[in-house]
Each structure stands twice: as structure tokens, then as C-alpha cells.
Design a protein. Structure first.
Length: 342
């Protein structure tokens, strides 16, 4: 058990780095997914995530879980930490369960914070306070504490969490709604599902064993048969490939009675569309965010990221993206629909 100088347990950040989404095509691809991208020309989304956990009085070095195919990309952007590599893609539940088994084997009293590597958080101080609040609840009450983001508009690209009346207990999870339903969710106090949660490893594993025993057994064998090399741990393929491909929300969170949710006002985004990228990053007075090779005139509210020279005249609310000879020009209001054209 890792304890800081004040006698408090340190938190293990467990950072999910295995996503292969194409929602930010053409910059994000299966070979180079968005967590490794620098969207502001400075640091990648992964590097920005790591920076939130530099306080060694509070946090253990991060544990990164990723597909083995991203090993080189991951190591280039991380200075220290432990690495858990999946042999194949099986969604979030198998990866998380096996990773928590590994952490628990090293520290029976571990407290773990799970979060994606490719989201942005604009209010880090508020986020840090929220983590400490969640830690107190998880360790005192043996709860799995979810971070539910307070919505500021009716987003149709996020899942929602319904809270029980007058408590922080989770009542239900809602899939991505249409705009009318999203407005009703906000009216009724629902929260965005951020995919972040904190728990004591022992409690999490007990709940997995209780609610999805078959998956737990396969993950346990995947861990036991895995191979450790220095700071790298390779999950056993022969067992792991038998896992059902299932998200942790479905495998556990919708079933457990031990989940609570804390409202999070942290300026969060999953940056899953080019419009959300534009919204989450700093822009000039005309709402322009661009790379050096772009020239603009009488243009506003645009995001331009190219490796070739591009001149833009008289456009508004447009994203222009180019990488490796592939070009996308899209009205940002339609940026969630690009999968229909690629």
C-alpha cells in the first residue's frame, strides 16, 4: 500500500489508451488514434491527461492500459509509469477488470481512478477537488463513485446518468438521446456519463465477481497467465480472446447497487467531434484555431489543421483537416456524421 507523508493512501490513475475511434478522421486513424494527437499544436490529449497527476503526494505513477499495437506510440509520450497491454480489442470491461486485478495483486488496499486518455478538462482545480471527494466516499462507504458531468447544453453524442431522488445513488444509465430527449434529461437533472470513476480495487473486483462471474473468471485467468517484463505486463491472449466484447457500463455499472455519482462542473469534453475540438481549445478573437500553414481572411469560427498550405476566405463554422494526403472539409454542425462519408 502506498501512503503519502500525511498517512493517506495514494491513488492509482488507471488511464485507458486503447481506443481506435475514427470520429476525428483524417487526423485520427486506427493506426494513430486521437489520444496520441496534438490538437492544439502543443501536447497530445494523452500528455494533457498525464499532467493532471503529477502531484506525487496524491498520486502513484499512472498505470496505462492499451492495445499492444500502440506500445511504441504510448512509450514515446509517457516518461514513467506501468503498462498493461491487451493482446486484442475487447472493449472496456475486460481491459479494466484485468488491469484492476494486476493493480490489486501489487497493492491489496489500492484505490483506483479510471479515466480515458483522450478527454479534456478545463477546470483542473475543480477536478482535483472532485477526486478527493470521491476518494473519501469510496474509502469510507465502499462505493464505486462515478463522475457525472453537469450538462450545459442538450448533447446528443453522450450517454446520461439518472440519479435517484434526494440521493447520489445511480438510478439508471441512458444511451445517447435525440435532442428532444436530451433536453428532458437536462430538465430532470441527468448528468453526462464521463467514463471516469473511482473505487477501492477490492470493492470493484467483488462487484464484478458478483454480477458477471464468467467474465471475471476469464479475466482472472488472463491475468494469472500474463507475462511481466520490467514495467510492462502482457495479458495472456489465449484466455483474453475468449472474453465477450462488452463495455464496463453494461457488464457492471448497470447491475451494481454500489454505484453513486458526483456532479462534476469541470469543463469536460470527450472531444469526439471536430466541433467539440473547436469548442474545447483556445481560439483567437474571431474564433479561429489553425496551424501555421493556414492563412485566413474574413473567416470566423473555424478549425484548420493541415500539414500543407491552405488559404481560407469567407468561411464560417467549418473544419478543414488534412493528413497523409487525405482531406476533410466539414460544416462543424455535421461533424458527428463523418462516419457516413469515410
Amino acid at each position: 500500500m502506498l501512503i503519502n507523508f500525511q498517512g493517506e493512501k495514494m491513488i492509482y490513475p488507471l488511464i485507458l489508451c486503447g481506443g481506435v475511434g475514427k470520429r476525428l478522421w483524417p487526423l485520427s486513424t486506427e493506426e494513430f488514434p486521437k489520444q496520441f494527437l496534438s490538437l492544439d499544436g502543443k501536447k497530445s490529449l494523452l500528455e494533457g491527461t498525464i499532467e493532471r497527476f503529477l502531484d506525487k503526494k496524491l498520486y502513484k505513477d499512472p498505470v496505462f492500459v492499451s492495445n499492444v499495437n500502440f506500445k511504441e506510440l504510448l512509450k514515446k509520450q509517457t516518461k514513467k509509469g506501468d503498462f498493461i497491454f491487451e493482446p486484442c480489442l475487447k472493449n472496456t470491461a475486460p481491459a479494466l477488470i484485468t488491469s484492476v486485478l494486476k493493480i490489486h495483486s501489487d497493492d491489496k488496499n489500492a484505490t483506483v481512478l479510471v479515466l480515458p486518455s483522450d478527454h479534456t478538462i478545463g477546470k483542473n482545480n475543480a477536478f482535483q477537488r472532485l477526486i478527493q471527494d470521491a476518494k473519501k466516499i469510496a474509502e469510507r462507504d465502499n462505493k464505486i463513485v462515478l463522475f457525472g458531468v453537469v450538462p450545459n447544453y442538450p448533447e446528443t453524442g453522450y450517454g446520461y446518468i439518472e440519479r435517484a431522488i434526494d440521493t447520489s445513488n445511480v438510478k439508471s444509465f441512458k444511451e445517447k438521446p435525440d435532442e428532444k430527449t436530451a433536453k428532458e434529461y437536462i430538465k430532470n437533472g441527468y448528468l453526462w456519463n464521463s467514463g471516469m470513476f473511482l473505487f477501492k480495487a477490492e470493492i470493484f473486483l467483488n462487484e464484478v465477481r458478483k454480477h458477471t462471474p464468467e467474465l471475471f473468471e476469464i479475466c482472472e485467468n488472463s491475468f494469472k497467465k500474463g507475462e511481466k517484463k520490467d514495467n510492462d505486463f502482457y495479458i495472456d491472449k489465449s484466455f483474453f480472446e475468449k472474453c465477450s466484447s462488452v463495455a464496463i457500463d453494461i457488464a457492471l455499472m448497470e447491475k451494481t447497487k454500489e454505484a453513486v455519482v458526483l456532479p462534476a462542473d469541470i469543463d469536460w469534453s470527450d472531444v469526439g467531434t471536430w466541433q467539440s475540438v473547436w469548442k474545447s481549445l483556445k481560439k483567437d478573437k474571431n474564433g479561429i484555431l489553425k496551424t501555421e500553414k493556414a492563412k485566413v481572411l474574413e473567416t470566423k469560427n473555424c478549425y484548420i489543421n493541415t500539414t500543407i498550405p491552405v488559404s481560407v476566405l469567407g468561411l464560417e463554422n467549418v473544419a478543414i483537416l488534412e493528413k497523409n494526403g487525405q482531406l476533410l472539409v466539414v460544416n462543424m454542425d455535421m461533424s458527428s456524421e463523418i462516419k457516413k462519408i469515410i
